[in-house]
Design a protein around this ligand. Structure first.
Ligand code: ATP
Length: 438
């Protein structure tokens, strides 16, 4: 593992306000993270781009935002109560637990003990349910036990009929959702990669149950997501597909592929594309007693659609975008984030803070650009230091108001990646930036 790079990313995230440990002043809470002023912008930008491409730009997609707390029967129907378990093994020496399928972790634990001349002995694998329990109701003793959702998927399936009845969608169509999920992960770690509270972005794409057609859609979504991440700046060589072989996937899944990222801690799952067949809708139909069939308006045929699911983690996306963008070049630290994802699109500086004319004009530009973009203001220290500070948080453009600006209403716009400067008329700034960002 490239611990050095990971340490630098973690330190940068804390220092510049991307990500902090959850409840830090109380000593933290394992597996939880708080996003700071820049982190929340990055995460919002990822979600906004995702939602735009999924819902706004497509005729075959609608969105929902379902409740985190759901009737516990949902989790029986989905199989999570029974099957959402990871077999664990425990080291008898130190009682640390690991997922039995995380062979690398087990090996490195054995190695650490061996270095101290100790030999690990392991318990038999035991099952451990990952669903987080909560208690709902105001009267002590009369509360009902519920679960915080372990995945956002089920909130979509339980609304399948509502969406059919309240919109004009026709198969094939998808329902998109973004939201929090909770898991009692045994071994949270690798920064935000495995957390106990995290956010997912998912599409359930419903298709006709047709063996001839289904892999077409499965492959369509695989390619779609690979392109999506590459277009937002992840280097192609750092991404790969990882097919789940027959014995590795859920019994109902007809096919499953992960997209993995070449992270400092090894190739790791970024997102999954799963062919879930009619598993979820059929189960909810059985458990709820409500028909969840689709009726084809032309042929009159009734059937339970198949579902091709795309499920990505917002936090893992944010982490991998940060890692992939991190560069040290000629003594500079740069986050080469895609402009669409960068927390600030542009920073505005007066060349000298103590010259009122420069500061006034710079402030006017800043106030005006703010109506359309996230803009940073900086008038401390020298220009070089301000550029460096913006490079480190990924701001793609820096505008400097100098003495020439007072004469001809132009400013310099400096590009983060090339460090080249353009002289741009103040009235053209918004168009200039819009084109560059897109
Ligand atoms: P893993 O094998 O890493 O535990 P998974 O296969 O259980 O992941 P899914 O249930 O398919 O994951 O969840 C879909 C996506 O949700 C994952 O690809 C990942 O991006 C995200 N995700 C899942 N678990 C976590 C977690 N504990 N922390 C952060 N993101 C997560």
């Amino acid at each position: 593992m490239n611990e050095d790079l990971m340490d630098k990313i973690v330190a940068l995230c804390k220092r510049r306000g991307f990500i902090y440990s959850g409840s830090e002043i109380y000593g933290g809470l394992g597996g939880t993270w708080d996003y700071g002023p820049l982190g929340v912008e990055l995460k919002n930008n990822i979600k906004r781009e995702w939602w735009k491409d999924m819902v706004q730009m497509r005729d075959d997609m609608v969105g929902v935002d379902a409740a985190i707390m759901m009737n516990p029967k949902v989790w029986e129907a989905s199989g999570h109560v029974e099957a959402f378990t990871d077999p664990l093994v425990e080291c008898k020496l130190c009682h640390e637990r690991f997922r039995a399928d995380h062979i690398e972790d087990i090996k490195s634990h054995e190695h650490a003990h061996a270095e101290k001349d100790k030999k690990c002995e392991w318990t038999e694998p035991q099952k451990f349910n990952l669903l987080v329990k909560a208690y709902l109701g105001v009267v002590e003793g009369k509360q009902s036990e519920i679960y915080l959702r372990g995945e956002i998927t089920q909130g979509v399936h339980v609304n399948f009929k509502n969406v059919l009845d309240s919109t004009r969608v026709k198969i094939p169509f998808g329902i998109a959702q973004i939201g929090k999920a909770f898991r009692n992960e045994i071994t949270p770690g690798n920064f935000t990669f495995r957390s106990r509270e995290f956010e997912q972005m998912e599409v359930q794409y419903y298709i006709t149950p047709d063996e001839k057609d289904d892999m077409k859609w499965f492959n369509y979504w695989k390619d779609f997501w690979m392109d999506w991440y590459v277009n937002l700046g992840i280097k192609k060589e750092n991404l790969r597909f990882k097919e789940h072989e027959e014995g590795q996937r859920a019994h109902y899944a007809k096919a499953a592929t992960d997209i993995e990222y070449n992270s400092p801690f090894g190739w790791s799952e970024f997102m999954g594309i799963h062919h879930r067949g009619d598993w979820d809708l059929s189960r909810h139909e059985n458990y709820s007693g409500q028909s969840l069939k689709y009726k084809d308006s032309e042929s009159g045929e009734e059937y339970t659609p198949w579902d091709i699911e795309s499920s990505a983690g917002v936090d893992r996306s944010a982490l991998f975008f940060l890692i992939d963008a991190y560069i040290e070049e000629d003594g500079r630290t740069i986050l080469k984030l895609h402009p669409k994802l960068a927390p600030y699109k542009v920073a505005v500086f007066p060349l000298l803070a103590n010259k009122p004319d420069l500061a006034k004009l710079a402030r006017e530009i800043y106030e005006d650009l703010k109506k359309d973009f996230m803009v940073a203001w900086d008038d401390r220290g020298n220009i070089g230091g301000r550029y460096a500070s913006q490079d480190e948080i990924g701001t793609p453009f820096c505008i400097t108001v100098d003495f020439q600006s007072l004469k001809d209403n132009t400013v310099t716009v400096r590009d983060r990646d090339t460090t080249k400067q353009d002289r741009v008329k103040i009235v053209d700034l918004k168009d200039y930036l819009s084109v560059k960002i897109k």
